[in-house]
Design a binder for this molecule. Structure first.
Ligand SMILES: Cc1cc2nc3c(=O)[nH]c(=O)nc-3n(C[C@H](O)[C@H](O)[C@H](O)COP(=O)(O)O)c2cc1C
Length: 299
């Protein structure tokens, strides 16, 4: 049985969290995802100044999707009304926030906390902005430190797997984060078969089952270096087995997003049921052991 758990001070009925994205840009969806069984839902990233005029699209691939989307286009004041209503109903919702500068993010976090949000995720690692993402430990530290100085509510800092993750994760921890979320989408490209050009015109965010082994490896390596903050896993969850794989490498919860672009509520209900079901404690569902690894290679 997938145990109830605590994440960022919220009591979750189960460790399956719906990650931030287009599907969580509407209050109606957020509420229905919760009644469908999500342990918690992360809102679409709220931004005081979302980029305008970008070509924001999704391309489906056999192993996931590439998207060029950025932040919610709803105004901050509209979001504050939504957050107030969700907080009034004591719903386990995590407000995802980002801004152009650490000071603006701190101000936004203070507004979300004043609206009643009990948990936040700093969505600072989107690579789809015009200039891409040049993330550094210093940048992570600055956003985290400013937010910590502004709010007492627990927050997670969302990071992308890949080069330098170790230093960025420790920077978040040192600057006062309560948890980290790993991973945001990863840089990827697809060639158009007819034109030979890159589809969407460049490198954008890759998500779905193709990134799960990479994220799993990142979490495992991070734990081995002595990283002790809670980690929310995010990347390619499609089944209860995937959730347990992440719990097995030390995540406190697993987010699911891309899988929900197909039959959103049915898919979520299945993943929650599989996470709780008897099969979830079977072979390979626990911590990754040497035996487990070699067994899986053979099967
Ligand atoms: C269309 C789309 C929109 C997304 N929007 C956001 C966002 O606004 N904020 C954020 O932190 N992550 C965003 N993500 C990233 C997801 O929350 C998630 O971290 C990532 O896709 C990996 O998980 P998955 O493989 O289960 O999708 C988005 C992903 C997709 C595919």
């Amino acid at each position: 049985m997938a145990a109830a758990t605590q994440v960022l001070g919220l009591d979750l009925a189960n460790p399956v969290v719906v990650g931030s994205g287009l599907l969580t840009d509407q209050e109606r969806n957020i509420r229905k995802l919760l009644t469908t069984g999500a342990g918690a839902v992360v809102t679409k990233t709220i931004h005081p100044n979302p980029p305008a005029g970008l070509d924001e699209r999704i391309i489906r691939l056999p192993t996931g999707m590439i998207n060029s989307t950025t932040y919610s286009k709803r105004s901050v004041s509209h979001w504050m009304d939504i957050l107030r209503g969700l907080a009034r109903d004591r719903l386990p919702v995590i407000a995802s926030l980002h801004a152009d500068t650490p000071a603006e993010l701190a101000e936004l976090a203070a507004r979300a906390a004043a609206a009643g949000s009990r948990a936040l995720e700093l969505g600072i690692s989107c690579l789809n902005e015009e200039d891409g993402l040049h993330d550094t430990p210093e940048r992570v530290h600055a956003y985290t430190e400013a937010t910590r100085a502004a709010v007492r509510v627990p927050f997670s800092v969302k990071l992308a797997s890949g080069e330098g993750l170790h230093d960025r994760a420790f920077a978040a921890a040192r600057a006062g984060a309560d948890a980290v979320t790993i991973s945001d989408t990863l840089p990827a490209a697809v060639v158009h078969p007819e034109t030979g050009d890159l589809r969407l015109g460049g490198v954008f965010g890759y998500s779905g089952p193709g990134i799960k082994p990479l994220v799993l490896a990142s979490l495992w390596q991070l734990r081995r270096t002595g990283f002790t903050l809670p980690v929310l896993a995010s990347g390619g969850v499609q089944s209860g087995r995937d959730v347990h794989d992440y719990l097995g490498v030390g995540a406190v919860a697993a987010q699911v997003y891309t899988a929900l672009h197909t039959d959103m509520y049915l898919t979520l209900a299945r993943i929650v049921a599989e996470t709780a079901g008897p099969g979830s404690t079977g072979r390979g569902a626990g911590p990754v052991t040497e035996a487990g690894r070699s067994e899986r290679v053979r099967s």
